[in-house]
Write a protein that binds this ligand. Structure first.
Ligand code: ATP
Ligand code: MG
Length: 233
């Protein structure tokens, strides 16, 4: 079988900074998330939640080791890493082009697969059939997604992750830009539409969003201060 076979994530003594001489924004973080677990991350603004997601894909400078499916990620080439682990950032950048091109940049899938992913991700729950301006695969995305709401962009990014079959999916929830309805559509997708072997990490702004997670992680000042089941915390 080809790598990755699971979404197991082990982080050992991870520290991170944005520039060579900049301050540590993550400080000596260690944890283990088993394949298929649902984990929520909370913490005050500036506590390092987004930085943690970026460090998993080596988008910022890191020390320590991240093992994905048992393999140290610093031995995996960046392209492979970034196709296998999907991070949906707080404001996803889309490419200028059609919605189809955004979901399937290398033209590897048929329309039925792409439409299924959009359906499962919940895009169509936001818009009724026949509604004017309803998005379809041929819709043109302009300015990197500027013509779409942040919620729509996150749902499209989620659909892309489903098309790719990522085994580790990290959602960095939009802060204030996202309404309750969109938030619950996304959470419902994460709960019901992904395979049992897909690990899902949600950076949440409402504790309620992640109360039914397997584990909750609390960050404070770049340190991991709690990691346990919702009951334990
Ligand atoms: P929020 O809830 O507001 O999204 P967060 O927990 O995601 O906050 P981070 O964005 O990870 O917080 O920020 C952690 C620290 O890293 C903060 O001190 C922040 O100023 C710093 N930081 C974030 N982005 C950058 C950047 N691009 N360059 C330099 N420092 C940054
Ligand atoms: Mg953030």
């Amino acid at each position: 079988a080809s790598w990755p076979t699971s979404g197991d994530l082990r982080v050992e003594n991870l520290s991170a900074r944005y520039s060579q001489n900049g301050p540590k924004v993550l400080n000596d973080i260690s944890f283990h998330i088993e394949s298929g677990q649902r984990v929520g991350i909370v913490g005050r603004t500036g506590s390092g939640k987004s930085s943690l997601t970026l460090s998993l894909l080596r988008c910022i400078l890191t020390e320590g080791t991240v093992y994905y499916d048992g393999i140290p990620t610093n031995t995996i080439n960046l392209d492979a890493l970034r196709t296998n682990i999907t991070i949906i950032p707080q404001t996803p950048e889309l490419i200028s082009g059609t919605l189809r091109q955004n979901l399937d940049p290398f033209d590897q899938h048929d329309d039925a697969t792409l439409n299924d992913a959009l359906q499962s991700a919940g895009l169509f729950s936001l818009q009724d059939e026949g509604e004017e301006g309803r998005l379809s695969l041929d819709s043109v995305i302009s300015g990197g997604g500027a013509n779409l709401s942040v919620g729509q962009r996150q749902i499209i990014a989620l659909a892309r992750a489903m098309v790719r079959g990522s085994k580790l999916l990290i959602l960095d929830e939009a802060t204030s830009a996202i309404d309750y309805k969109t938030d619950s559509i996304i959470q419902n997708t994460l709960r019901t539409e992904l395979g049992g072997d897909v690990t899902v990490i949600t950076v949440a702004h409402r504790l309620q969003t992640i109360m039914d997670s397997d584990k909750i992680m609390v960050l404070d000042g770049g340190r991991l201060v709690e990691f346990g089941t919702p009951k334990e915390l």
